[in-house]
Design a protein around this ligand. Structure first.
Ligand code: CTP
Length: 394
């Protein structure tokens, strides 16, 4: 499974460095191309030469040494990586990543990579349990970094407790799990709406909303990674389309309706994460409206409620809506779930810090057709996307 995969192994300074030699060797035996970056502290425990011999590639330690026959520098390794494994992950490197500090080759490369990052912490028990370290771990977990819980036992510092680097088997199993991913959505067609709509007032102005599209795009990315055929009907956004996803761009609620209806019949799952304008100007001025009176009255008319229409037309589809509320969250969400004939609604109180528009995290409650409700903690939108898809599959 690892054949041809590029795995960058980041080695920070800790007594467990010697165990990472074995991990690099096992990854190589499984067919991976392994590149090692060490911190200076790590190089005090095991020489770069050892890792060079085992990995078959030059080992990067110093950011400023000019390479002679090899041109891989931090951005190149960051781009090359299919997966980044950081072992042992010390309190120091975890702290740096969590706080955006990039002052050596390892921290800089991690900062620049878009690959999945697995961290295997190993340190003294008290350090590991220190609330600052735990806070950094939970911050990174929310941002989508993967952690392997350290093992328990006697530590190099002479104490007993949690903090040992997990056995190589455990670390390799985690690497495999990330590559394998879930393929449970193969054969499913998922239609996702994302972003906010824009309703034209004249050729220059429009009525819009604060939706960034991040939740819908996270859903699309995760669904595609799990094997689904994904179509996103997207309002205007600066986000890049996730790979393997077809994006159908629209501006207004009525264009979104047409695009959604065109794909509805053969979709298995429809997730309406878009913030659709509820009203639009009744008349769109063909010319730019001039500033020649002290007030300007716009008459607004209702837009089509796309989700309500989908609920009416529903046959085999699983229908999921979103409810962004500022008050009486559960009552409003429950009412929408029933009125729009949904299977699930994702309810979020957008007044809570870390929830709602234009942030990378969300805090939601999931309400189901059968009346039960689940409350989820604050997490990254990508993690939430995974859970929403898990619940749909369940
Ligand atoms: N929705 C839709 N078409 C609309 C308005 C909303 O498809 N014209 C969908 C949204 O994509 C979301 C769900 O309906 O999945 C709930 O949207 P929301 O704006 O919270 O609810 P509304 O029904 O518009 O009610 P209100 O604005 O009064 O809260």
């Amino acid at each position: 499974m690892l054949r041809g995969k590029n795995i960058v192994v980041g080695v920070a300074g800790g007594i467990a460095v010697y165990k990472v030699v074995d991990i690099v060797s096992r990854l190589k035996k499984q067919g991976a191309n392994v590149y090692v970056i060490m911190t200076h502290a790590a190089a005090n425990f095991v020489t770069p030469l050892t890792f060079r011999e085992i990995s078959g590639h030059p080992v990067v330690v110093d950011m400023w040494t000019e390479s002679t026959n090899w041109n891989v520098e931090h951005i190149a390794l960051a781009n090359l990586a299919d997966l980044f494994l950081l072992a042992p992950a010390t309190a120091n490197i975890i702290g740096k990543i969590a706080n955006g500090i990039a002052d050596d080759m390892l921290s800089t490369t991690i900062m620049a990579t878009k690959a999945s990052v697995i961290l295997a912490p190993a340190m003294n028990t008290n350090m590991y349990l220190n609330p600052i370290v735990q806070g950094n771990i939970s911050k990174l977990t929310q941002l989508g970094y993967h952690f392997i819980e350290p093992g328990c036992g006697s530590l190099a510092c002479g104490t007993e407790g949690i903090g040992r680097l997990p056995e190589p088997e455990v670390i390799i199993a985690k690497v495999m799990e990330i590559f394998k991913g879930k393929n449970d959505l193969v054969g499913k067609k998922i239609l996702i709406t994302a972003g906010g709509t824009q309703e034209a007032i004249d050729p220059v102005r429009y009525i819009g909303n604060r939706s960034s599209g991040k939740m819908g795009y996270a859903l699309a990315k995760v669904a595609a990674a799990r094997g689904a055929e994904v179509i996103v009907v997207s309002g205007p956004t600066h986000l890049l389309p996730p790979s393997g996803v077809i994006v159908n761009y629209v501006e207004s609620a009525s264009q979104m309706r047409d695009a959604v209806l065109a794909h509805y019949a053969d979709s298995d799952i429809v997730i309406k994460a878009a913030a659709v304008a509820d009203y639009r100007p009744q008349i769109k001025s063909t010319d730019k409206i001039k500033k020649n009176s002290t007030t300007l009255n716009l008459v607004l008319e209702k837009t089509p409620d796309i989700l309500f229409e989908l609920g009416q037309l529903k046959k085999h589809q699983i229908l999921v809506g979103f409810a962004a509320e500022t008050q009486q969250l559960l009552d409003h969400a429950q009412e929408k779930l029933t009125r729009k004939n949904l299977d699930m609604i994702v309810a979020n109180d957008i007044t809570m810090p870390g929830a709602g528009f234009n942030v990378d995290t969300n805090i939601v409650k999931l309400l189901y057709r059968d009346g039960h409700m689940e409350e989820l903690p604050k997490m990254s939108k990508e993690q939430l996307a995974g859970i929403i898809l898990d619940k749909i599959r369940a």
